[in-house]
Design a protein around this ligand. Structure first.
Ligand SMILES: [Zn+2]
Ligand SMILES: [Zn+2]
Length: 138
């Protein structure tokens, strides 16, 4: 068994030596508390929170809503949707948001990008059109 430096004790079991620290809250964990997900170590309570499931969070729903309205040539809403997607993704990674939000933020991201591309095309078309008009007037 690998023992942490000195005699660091587990945060939950003072009688047990800590063998690792939780990658999320930094608590010392002993063999009994340690939960490994791939390479990442978690304490029991962070693991429980990480696995939280439930309805997708409000932020994910807002991201989808903003992305949807962003389709109607409202660039700030598309950008806001992307920001919300980014925030939600971080929250999910920290275990603060339900993983059920993943599908919603994925959809919001696609819709937001489609909105931005459409807006760019629209601006391009208007620019090309005014250039043509200006040149035809010569
Ligand atoms: Zn923890
Ligand atoms: Zn422990």
């Amino acid at each position: 068994m690998e023992v942490a430096t000195g005699a660091t004790r587990c945060g939950t079991h003072p009688e047990a030596l800590a063998i690792d620290t939780c990658s999320r809250c930094g608590a010392f964990v002993c063999e009994r508390c340690l939960v490994l997900i791939g390479e990442e170590a978690f304490c029991a309570s962070c693991y429980a929170r990480r696995d939280v499931s439930g309805p997708a969070s409000l932020r994910a729903a807002m991201a989808l809503l903003c992305a949807g309205f962003g389709l109607f040539f409202v660039p700030p809403l598309s950008l806001l949707a992307l920001l919300l997607v980014w925030l939600e993704r971080r929250a999910i990674a920290r275990g603060d948001a339900p993983r059920t939000s993943v599908a919603e933020i994925r959809a919001a991201k696609v819709v937001a990008w489609v909105g931005l591309v459409l807006q760019l095309l629209g601006v391009g078309a208007i620019a090309a059109w005014s250039w043509l008009l200006a040149n035809l007037d010569l």
